[in-house]
Design a binder for this molecule. Structure first.
Ligand SMILES: *Cc1c(COP(=O)(O)O)cnc(C)c1O
Length: 234
């Protein structure tokens, strides 16, 4: 068994333990394999071990891998864009990805909506919430999230699914739980105004247990599956 396939199995086991500890349904959390900076060969290994959803942060790199995977006949994989999204790159994302987790302004959502090809299913969208209030990070502020969600939910060719958060990294379990719980509360506020949202994209290699305990439905795992990344880290 390859290292990637062992890592994938270990990540699934870890996720299942966290789901069980939280008393949740065993199929309630999806593991996304974050493959940014890693070559297609790694993606194929993870896919043969059972991974179906892959996360990419850089538009060009992601589109190249998507096209290469489809050229090899891998049509069942699901591609998630999770990186910062510049407005001049929305077209490629709208044309190639299945999900976008990093929408944080209406203008980006409007462009994705206008650029999503009509023959494709709706682009699945999460709003990125700047949960730790870090000036350097993208994301809509918690207080503006519900109104942005209401606007995005009205756009054609997009399906608003929920929220994504990347809390400030910390080893303090209490702080991890607090940030994820706050994200869940914002999702509940969206639901309270009638939005049909079901997705909490939160938790990475270092904090997926806390995220699952607080209601994550998608965890985004890179390092624990593919190993440490060289160079660019985000
Ligand atoms: C890189 C990245 C991840 C994966 O992080 P790991 O710590 O390697 O698991 C998850 N989400 C986003 C948005 C990322 O950029």
């Amino acid at each position: 068994m390859s290292v990637i396939s062992e890592n994938w199995q270990a990540t699934i086991a870890r996720t299942q333990r966290a789901i069980h500890a939280a008393g949740r349904d065993s199929s309630s959390v999806k593991v996304m394999a974050v493959s940014k900076t890693f070559p297609l060969a790694y993606i194929m290994e993870a896919a043969s071990a059972g991974a179906q959803a892959f996360g990419e942060n850089y538009v060009q790199e992601g589109v190249e891998k998507i096209c290469a995977a489809r050229a090899l006949g891998l049509f069942h994989l699901e591609w998630h864009f999770i990186g910062p999204l510049q407005s001049n790159k929305t077209r490629l994302v709208a044309e190639h990805f299945d999900w976008v987790h990093s929408v944080d302004r209406l203008k980006t959502a409007e462009r994705l909506s206008a650029q999503r090809p009509a023959h494709l299913t709706d682009l699945q969208v999460c709003l990125q919430v700047n949960i730790s209030g870090e000036a350097s990070k993208g994301g809509v502020s918690p207080s503006d999230t519900v109104s942005l969600a209401q606007s995005v939910a009205r756009l054609p060719h997009l399906k608003l699914r929920g929220l994504m958060a990347i809390p400030r990294p910390t080893h303090d379990a209490k702080a991890q739980h607090a940030a994820f719980a706050e994200t869940r509360e914002i999702l509940e506020r969206c639901q309270a105004v009638g939005l049909e949202v079901d997705t909490l994209s939160m938790g990475m290699s270092a904090d997926l247990e806390a995220a699952i305990a607080e209601g994550a439905t998608i965890v985004r795992v890179g390092t624990a599956i593919f190993g440490a990344r060289a160079g660019r880290t985000s």
